[in-house]
Design a protein around this ligand. Sequence first.
Ligand SMILES: *[C@@H]1O[C@H](CO)[C@@H](O)[C@H](O)[C@H]1NC(C)=O
Ligand SMILES: *[C@@H]1O[C@H](CO)[C@@H](O)[C@H](O)[C@H]1NC(C)=O
Length: 986
Amino acid sequence: MPTRMVAPSWLLLIGLAIAGVLQAQPDSNGFINVDCGLPGTANSMDDTTKLSYAPDAAFTDSGSNHNISAEFVTPTLSKRYLNLPRRRAQLLHAPILVAGLKYLIRAEFMYGSYDGLNRLPVFDVYTGVNFWSMVNVTSADLNGMVTLEAIVVVPDDSAQVCLVNTGSGTPFISSLELRPLKSSIYPQASTTLGLVLLGRRNLGPTDATDIVRYPDDPHDRVWTPLVNTTAWDTISTTSTVQNYQNDEFEAPSKVMQTAITPLNGSSNSSIDELFWYSELQPKDPTPKYIAIMYFSELQLLPSSAVRDLYITINDVFWSTFMPDYLYSGYVGDQTPTWSGSDRYNISISTTANSTLPPIINAVEVYSVISTTNVATDSADVSAITDIKVMYRVQKNWMGDPCVPKSFAWDGLTCNYPISSTPTITGVNISFSGLNGDMSSSFADLKGVQYLDLSYNNLTGSIPDALSQLTSLKVLNLSSNQLSGSIPYGLLKRIQDGSLTMRYDDNPNLCTNAASCQPPVKGKKSKLAVYVAVPLVLVVVIISVVALLFCFLQRRKKQGGTCMHQMSASAIFPTQGVQSTRLMFVNLYHVHRIGDVRLSHASAAPRPQGGDTHDALSSLNLGNRRFSYKELEMITNNFERVLGQGGFGKVYDGFLEDGTQVAVKLRSQYSNQGVKEFLLEAQILTRIHHKNLVSMIGYCKDGQYMALVYEYMSEGALQEQLAGNGRNGRYLTWWQRLRIALDSAQGLEYLHKGCNPPLIHRDVKATNILLNTNLEAKIADFGFSKAFNHGNEAQISTNALVGTPGYVDPEYQATLQPTTKSDVYSFGVVMLELVTGKPTILSDPEPASIIQWVRRRLARGNIEDVVDTRMRGEYEVNSVWKVADIALKCTMQESAQRPTMTDVVAQLRECLELEEGRRTGGGTRGSFYAGSSNNNANLGYYDSQSTDASQISTAFEMEHNFGRAVGMGTDEKGLHLQLVNSSLQYP
Ligand SMILES: *[C@@H]1O[C@H](CO)[C@@H](O)[C@H](O)[C@H]1NC(C)=O
Ligand SMILES: *[C@@H]1O[C@H](CO)[C@@H](O)[C@H](O)[C@H]1NC(C)=O
């Protein structure tokens, strides 16, 4: 994934911007579609609407991209939900909008447990600088997808959608769509008022999946059908229903061609089944609504017939209406009208002189938002944005600098005049590692009174233009590397007392104007070198770690992507919209859900302003960054040790919200493992899968380094197999199969979901961790390596890593790890699962577990190898099958081994067999009774009997390393770190 966690180089930014702008050009309809988190620069196409979606790289400068978890990827899921970015605070700029134009903005949020945490986030979304809506994701799958839609007048030539972390989970976004609207339609939406869609329903279609949107609706509104054959009759026509001239809503003909009418209706019957629930939010506790209803006569009536509608909402008279034949009529509130009620019942009946029953073709309900917040002065915005880009400022500098007030950029002070735009009055970016010359953009902050750039590495001279800043009262430039002399203009302002300036500790700055000479080459520069050398040394020493980190970060950028390569065709609108808020919030069969939401929404207070701000600033790199002090608190002074590795100890801990975590602290006395440590941190921020252990955060605080993981309460698979698990109980065969499948899926994701593939290189039973539900996750990525199929030589390393008993003999010989090396190690793990034996046995004679199983199975009896502690409680065919897969995985030649994808598929079948037994359908503990499957297995082993010699060679090699037999808990202590030259093989 092309994460952009660290600011990419400036050039890269520009390159992306150009590419992105080109692709996100509005199409011929003026539509802009953004598939958030879509990697690369190529557009994706929605299969249903044929609309093209651009990646969002060009529109945002923060956050990182992720894929939703595999379990939520269904064959029909629209591609644009597969990956998403999570954003620290915001933000998507949609370019090339026309200022003052009305737009329909639609944003979709499909969580899909992209972070593997399955923690449903709640956050706020702003359109520009105005609050739009809270997003409360209620489930990870498509049912929990939230769609927000608003009709707003965009004040600027760019629109921003800001995702704001309110302390209840990291915001994310799946897609963003913009549709330009004529200013004459939806006249209720103005520069000060926006419309937020609550629901838009098409009445009268017979197919509940028949969603109408573009191209049937040229404005690409999404009209969801509401079908209930037991509640009303439907009427329809195939003739086109026309819009009136100057139609204010332009309902599409396809929507107007269907209508509902009471069942067996007489002229005095009524339609009473339509209603909507009020949707309260902490920031909008008294929502006001606007209703719009659409009516068209679809039957050619005799002249004597009259259809005269009489409409009430909550028994309050609203309107009468006489629909015209094949014309799209409507009734709509001009201003926000409905408020103060939990539920609004719509009733459509007829007046006394009507001879026909009532009808209705469609209905829309909107709530309103104020869009009166105005953005910061545009000259200030462009100046401070230039400064941010030039120095790659890493604070929360996203969105508008001053608005909303509570999300103003760190270090800025703003003035908020009542009748004009906010301006920047103070800038404090001291201690921020600013490098390079002083930007001339500082002089463009016309209203700035206070400018603090102290304690940075600014070089070059002080721009004279700063003296033109008439409001500037304090200028602090101390502790930088500025040179030259203080400009005359500034000196003058200091002298006349209008400016206080600090410039001490700038060694090269000439502070006495009279004696300032142009720099002389030679002697002087030599002196500079003498001064510089010790300084450089110090810098080098203290930044080794930082450099390494940067190096890894950079490599990560080239490190490619992880994505799900499953095919997915779009189903939006069919399945997609059905489960969105559009349907859910409104009208009809949603009583229960509506109730639940309502009561919760009114009951739940939420952190505001300041809290939010703190939550924002504590986030970094998409993961939380902890200080050492915080770790002390979390672990109660490192009280309980969960385990011990070569890096140091792993401690038990609890976050503020009670989440239990495991904290791996690198021992400060250990010089070893910094690289692995950082590598693991880097990999874990990039990859997310439910079968890979997930990182909650990290700590890099002085010499302290730690990784904070999700807590895996049942420890390592190895302990469970050894019988040290919970209550000393042994794993059942079903549990073992689940564990095998889980971990195989994790490895498959590394191999297939990542491009280039990632090789774990240290797959073993101690690196498979189990949670309370005994779900398995692969851990410990300190030795992982990206693997490039096309260019193996490039990634070859001359250090052999791995653990005796698990190391692929081919890798050992060539020192070129491949994905098949992981397959080999995983084969060994499967043999441990089947046999419960250690990987290297000494009884009756030293043998590897592979050798041991092969020899015994050659006699044709699975019972000889199966872990007796399972007490015969297993489906015997599934055990055979697993042993078979395991032995194929541990073939000497990697080409003969299956891929992890094959392994996953096979293990699934095994699990099904065992589940058949558990549910009573199988042959409990019986023999395989001539199943052709097992005979095939037997034949297979016989024909491979020549393998035994090869295996023993491999085993001897392992043995020659002189390592302890049997796995200790000191996992890292057993890693092999051999240099090429010292490796000998037969
Ligand atoms: C259809 O309408 C009837 C009558 O109002 C109601 O009882 C029923 O729950 C509705 N069915 C659905 C699926 O909403
Ligand atoms: C989000 O929705 C859930 C379920 O409806 C509810 O329990 C929770 O209180 C809501 N959160 C907020 C912040 O409203």
